[in-house]
Each structure stands twice: as structure tokens, then as C-alpha cells.
Ligand binder design. Sequence first.
Ligand code: HEC
Length: 469
Amino acid sequence: MKPINASSISLLVILSVACFYSSCGESQSELGVAKPVFDAHIEPILVENCIPCHRENGGAPFTLTSYEKIRKKAKTIAKVTALRYMPPWPADPSYSHFIGEKRLSEAQIQTIQNWVKQGCAPGKNPGALLANVKPFQSALGTPDYVMYLDSVTLQQGDQDRFFLMKASAQLPEKTYIRAVELVPGQRQLMHHFNGHLINYTPGAKSNFNTQPLKVEITPNSVKSQTADLDLMTDNGIIPERVHSVVNYLPGVIGQMYPEGIGTFEVNSQFSIIGNDVHYGPSAKTCTDRSKINLFFTKIPPKRGLGELMLGTNGVSKIEPPLVIPPNRVTEHKTQFTVPEDISVLTVNPHLHLLGKSITAYAIKPNGDTIPMIRIPKWDFRWQYFYTYEKMLKIPRGSRIEVIAVFDNTVKNPFNPFNPPQTVSERYEYGGSSMKATDEMFQFIITYVGYQPGDENISLRTDETTRSKP
Ligand code: HEC
């Protein structure tokens, strides 16, 4: 063995100091664990990043809830993680950060590669963590009340189907609601739920009951929708709706904000109306029974949520208008100047199948740019509501700009038409068409009016960390 002399020691010191100040340390760890075993190295990565979906009711088409199941799929797992196809997280982490960011580090990816190449060693006690995994119930814990939606049977070969739905609740008294979470029965088929609240003054609707109702939206049923949902009070009025108390899009899980933010009060009798409840085409006949979980709080509402919608159906127009000719890649922009200081909690970019990328930022009156979100490779299958780690202040007079690119060529594997056809926004039933074969370009911002110190308020709540199994 070569003796270590004084000069080689000082070289080591210099090297490690250099590593400390540069990123050598990081690139070392990017190699991952050299001889990984399942229980110590692989299982924790998968439980954290994959199992939330790859368990019963988790939304993925198969579960990865045992060593055996994982070993059988090991090669595919190595492939999809190296490609960063799984876990799905379309937002660019070099642009902005969000709660629940699901992204493996280079080291984790490499550890999985090493484990698979070396034959998937189990370790001493494989499956101990997986043994605690339960079927998905809620991302927010145990609900205080569950509202059920009416069941819908989807036939094999069905195309898009749309419903208007009502779920109702009867509580002992007026109650503060801290969070509302829609849990689809068939996660792979429900594409969209947007729920509005109707509060009934006690006694105003003598036939109030909690029976769920639904009406299918077809060109012929438009007129009868309101009547069929039995929304009227005894006096023949329909109380005003509180908009968007719950939303669902593919990949969305329940969100709870810090106490007092976004809390709202319900009367003892209330209904949630789902407009345009959208089911995508179904490959097999099955029945969906979705539910709405309610989480109560004793703390009264302090700050109500605002919703700002840019683009389709929203406050700002799209330029040039959203008409995408065949065989073209087009870029469109929508912009809005905020009239007051706001603190942004959550953003939700929404495009359909021709979407290729979307970027949103705000330009402050002094010219500085606030990055909001960048999705370099749009994927229709993952339309999360992205919640910032801390509230994002956008000062009065800032211009929010959103740029989306659409690919209407045959190179887009999701193009619903071959050969490509002109695709555009299409309005029907008084709103824009939600059909996946029509396009949308929407950017939805959930905010509260700014208060000093908001920038330091973390939006992580104990409950969001409960989203892990
Ligand atoms: C947000 C939910 C979610 C998370 C988190 C997630 N998956 Fe998936 N996964 C899905 C869904 C849904 C599909 C099926 C649709 C698809 O292939 O895009 C899928 C498909 C797969 C496939 C099949 C791909 C193919 O081409 O056949 C593999 C393998 C996989 N996931 C592994 C993983 C691994 C490993 C992780 C964690 C590192 C992970 N997934 C995290 C939801 C998820």
C-alpha cells in the first residue's frame, strides 16, 4: 500500500474543500448506491414516489405493493424512471417549485438502475414498508363527512360523456368547511369535475333530501337540466352558487390550505352541483361511484379564495384566437394585468390533446419577472393543481403572461385526428366545449388578497404530508 505522505494529505484537503464549494459532492452522489438492496434502498424510494398511485384505488393501472410485483416489473421500472416518465411531474423544477413535487433525484434513478442490473437483491426484510400501504381513501386524512355522487355506468366503446350531477348533505348545524376533496371511483375515466355549492336556508326547501341526482348532457336535454336536479326552494328560487368549491382533473389530489384560508361556511342543508362532469372514452363496461370528502374546522373563515381564469372562458382573450390549422405548430398568448396585490396559492394550466408546452410568468411594473410555472412537455394525462410552497406575491400592476404552444401535426402522438384537421375552441351549452377533441387554453389562478408577510407563509399543512400512504 502506498504510504500517505504529508503532501498527499494536503492534496486531499484541497480536493475536499474544492468539492465543498463546487458541486463535486453532488455529482458523486449522482452515482447512487453502488450495491443497493430492496429493503434498504429501493423500497423507500418507491413508497414515497410511486405507491401513492400504484396501490389500490390509487389511479395507476397496476399496483406495486409487494417485492414480487416490483421485481416482475423491474426492467420497465428502470426504463420509465430513467426516462422520467414516472413518477409523472410535468412542471419544470428549474423554473418554480410546488408542494408534492414528485421527481426522483439523479442518485435515486441511478440506484434503481444499479439494483435492476445486479438482479434485484431483496435485502433481509423486503416488503416491511409496503406492508403498511393501504388502499387510497383520501389525500387529506379521515373525512368528517362523505357526500356520494350518483353512480354512472359507462359502456365499453363509449365516447366522451357529460353529466350534470348533484350531491347533497344534511348536517346538524352550520359548519365551517376547511377542505373539499373529490375522489373519483374510476380515476382513469373521470376527466373533469367542477363543483359549485348551493346553500339552503333551513326550511326553505321542504323536500330537501340527500338523494344524489344526475342528468346526462346531450343536445336534447339542455333545457330540462335545472328542473331534473330539483334545485328550487319552495318559493321557486334557486339560491346563488358559490363557484368552484371543489375541482378535479386527472392526477389531482385533495388540497388543504392553512387554517382560515379558503375555509367557507355551509348551512345545515346544502348541495354540490357538478357542471360538465366529464368521463372519457371507456375500454370496458364499468360503473363509477365518486364521492366528495368534507373536512370540517372550528376556525372561522379569515381569507376567502379568489379565482382568476385567463384564456378560454376567462377574463383575457387568446391572441391569436385559438384556431389551430392542420399540420401546423402554433403559439398563442393570453395576458392580464392584476389590479391589486395578490398572493397566489395554486395554479392550474389546462390544455387538451394538441397542447405541447405552456409557460406562465408575471412581469412586475419595475420590469422584473416572477416565474410561475413552465411545462416544457405538456401531457394531457397529468393536469395537477400546482400549489406553491409559499404564497407567491404578485404586486398590483403586474402583467401575467401565459404562452401555450399547440402541435397539430402527425408528430403529436395525442393528435385525435389523422390526417390532422382544424381544431379550435368551440362553445356549446353556454360554455366552451370540454371535449378532448376540441381545444382549450386556460390558466387558472387561486389567490387571496395580499397581506404583509404572506411571502413567508408556508402552504404545507400537516394534512398535505398525510398524502403519503
Ligand atoms: C400520479 C400517479 C403516479 C405516480 C406517482 C406514479 N405512477 Fe406509474 N403510472 C401511473 C399511471 C396512471 C400509469 C398508466 C398510464 C401511463 O402509462 O401513462 C402508470 C404507468 C406506469 C408504468 C407502465 C408504463 C408502461 O409504459 O407500461 C410503470 C412501469 C410505472 N407506472 C412505474 C412507476 C414508478 C416506478 C413510479 C415511481 C417512481 C410511478 N410509476 C409513479 C400513475 C403514477
